[in-house]
Write a protein that binds this ligand. Sequence first.
Ligand code: PGA
Length: 295
Amino acid sequence: MKFSAAFTFLLLAGTTNAFVNKQFTSPSFPGCTTSTELAARKPFMTGNWKLNPQTKAEAVDLARGIVDSIGEDSPSDVGLFVPFPFLETVQNIAGDKLIVGAEMITPEMKGAFTGGVSPTMLKSIGIEWALAGHSERRTINGESDEDINAQCKLLVENDMNVVLCIGETLEEFEKSLVDAVCEIQLKKGLEGISADQMSAVTIAYEPVWAIGTGKVATPEIAQSVHESIRQILDKMYGSSVSESTRILYGGSVSPDSVDGLLAQPDIDGGLVGGASLDATSFGRIINFETVDVMA
Ligand code: PGA
């Protein structure tokens, strides 16, 4: 089956707010046979700039290049998670063509937390999205599942959106612990978040061994994990949440790998590090080509 048909349908279905997970309500498209195809999850391509680029001038150039690559009929919603000093500048360049988010928050609202950034501060400059649980924050900054849960809860309680990142290490992958690790990180990260609040949550599956290594998971491996994640969400929240939640793949996504990944029924977009620092590469990822997976 050509997934291009499903994607055409969801574009025609018309999301009024492109940046909020939408629930599918009218499964009448004859080409669709599975619930995931019917869910009308518009692909969501997000860039994670991390500690890059080094100057505001470079951030402006990069953001302008990315915005220019988003056409009127873009096959993807687009988001950029950028360093705090560039948020407002990139937001001004982005207009309503893409969402701009922070790479993290401090799970506190105010007080003696030197270096902290709260949801209220972000909202006051028009930022309504943030990442939580990126593996670099887990390993380099020692953030625990409890810390990440506190960030997720604070974001959704303050009417913001969160991309919760989960994923296993190489050792866990080699020991076939992928599903177990994802289940623990999902359940701990989302503890206390209600089914209603899940409309503000996007999941990013990022195998740690694939991040920044050039070793992208095969579409088949990534699809199998995404399917498991959706099943876990189904057990936690029921099918309407599991079918409407977008699950992104992250880990060395490139112009070469994006088409095969996005052809998978449970892969709803990407969280892209290195390739989002080059407007041409990220533009190709945003404008991925649909692939006939049955060919
Ligand atoms: P990468 O990073 O695309 O450079 O592997 C992905 C991420 O860390 O989100």
